[in-house]
Design a protein around this ligand. Structure first.
Ligand code: SIN
Ligand code: CO
Length: 378
């Protein structure tokens, strides 16, 4: 059995991905995760961490689920509610190598689609309410147990003015209790409700989440990108100006002059590719790159690249590849030769073995990344 049970990645993609849920018992046998409540609570107190708690107040309607957003000053594990309470922390991979190692198991989905790894800790009865997400997600049970119910009736109406987006009506079609190592895949817009079941262990659920930009976001960002790229030289000019019959009219000649100025906003597939690579590797607002505490000078850095060990992406870095171009943290670089081969592998696996044969310019490029805290050598 594998992560996808009896399915191959190709079968999973054609039968389930973005189509229908899949439950896999013992997807990762014995999985309990690498964080417990105390570590998660500590993380939730850091300023560069996106965390929230959701409390089921037991009230009716919009007030049922209360949301509190982090970072939290000090989350005392011994003093959190004994039940009906959940702590959720996003972006775990930015803080632990083991987070990326877990995400790497899902590499049958291209890295361009990966959003983040989230962990929730729920006390018995804890849940974020019946809801749907706009993204694909694998819900992998760590320690403890959680009852998942799903609805597939497509009724996505939500309660107005609620802290937490919850469904007005939720009619479960199927339900399962997930044990450590069990996993549930959900495509976007499938109603689901996961409630922690009392057990000897705390309920920790690991969400491998994917992102899909809304078309509105793509259009908005692409126009901004084109605007920045096309620096628009020249000014509106009309030496051929004619007296108009009605001076208040915007005549065709005026519109045509503006149209000509906007012709700079043309694009082709490669321009879209540049935009896509930059967008998908661009750091999230919460990301803070840590510059190395002991930065190497270029000569020492070159020596490391020529030695043994590993070249790796820093935990906050995102790298994607296309042809002769590498995208790293929202920037684009042209690469060739052995550097290209090494960086392609880095984009695929986040770590490659040294040595890497590079010329002086290429050392300079990589050294710049080292100084910005984007890559690690060692
Ligand atoms: C949770 O882990 O509590 C919520 C995850 C989800 O429903 O998407
Ligand atoms: Co959800």
């Amino acid at each position: 059995m594998s992560l996808l049970g009896s399915l191959t990645p190709a079968q999973f993609l054609s039968e389930h991905w973005q189509k229908q849920p899949l439950l896999v018992r013992q997807a990762i046998p014995g999985f309990r995760g690498f964080l417990g409540p105390a570590e998660l609570a500590k993380l939730a107190s850091q300023r560069d961490v996106v965390a929230r708690t959701v409390t089921d107040t037991g009230q009716r309607g919009a007030r049922r689920f209360r949301l509190d957003e982090g970072p939290f000053k000090r989350l005392d594990v011994a003093r959190v509610p004994a039940e009906r309470w959940t702590l959720l922390v996003q972006g775990i991979e930015q803080h632990f190598d083991a987070g990326w190692e877990l995400l790497q198991r899902f590499s049958f989905v291209p890295h361009a689609r990966v959003d983040d790894l989230m962990v929730s800790w729920a006390r018995p009865g804890g849940s974020v309410g019946p809801h749907f997400d706009l993204y694909d997600v694998f819900l992998l049970q760590g320690s403890g147990r959680r009852r998942w119910q799903i609805s597939t009736d497509g009724d996505l109406a939500c309660i107005d003015d609620a802290d937490v987006r919850v469904l007005q009506r939720f009619v479960p079609r199927e339900e399962w209790v997930l044990e450590p190592g069990d996993m549930l895949y959900l495509p976007p817009k499938v109603g689901h409700h996961g409630v922690a079941v009392a057990s000897d262990e705390e309920c920790m659920t690991w969400s491998i989440g994917f992102s899909a930009p809304a078309h509105e976001q793509l259009v908005h960002n692409f126009l901004a990108f084109l605007g920045l790229e096309a620096r628009g030289e020249g000014m509106y000019e009309d030496p051929d100006l004619q007296e108009q019959e009605r001076p208040g009219d915007v005549v065709d000649a005026t519109v045509a002059r503006v149209e000509r100025a906007l012709e700079e906003l043309r694009w082709d597939q490669e321009r879209v590719a540049t935009f896509t690579g930059r967008l998908l590797t661009g750091p999230k607002d919460s990301v803070v790159f840590a510059a190395p505490s002991k930065p190497l000078d270029v000569a020492a850095f070159a020596k490391r690249l020529a030695g043994e060990g590993k070249l790796g992406l820093a935990r906050c870095s995102r790298m994607l590849f296309r042809g002769e171009r590498v995208f790293l943290n929202g920037e684009e670089y042209a690469v060739a030769g052995s550097l290209k081969i090494a960086l392609q592998a880095l984009a695929d696996r986040r770590s490659v073995s040294l040595p890497v044969a590079v010329d002086d310019d290429e050392v300079g490029l990589l050294h710049g990344w080292h100084l910005r805290g984007w890559i690690v050598v060692g």
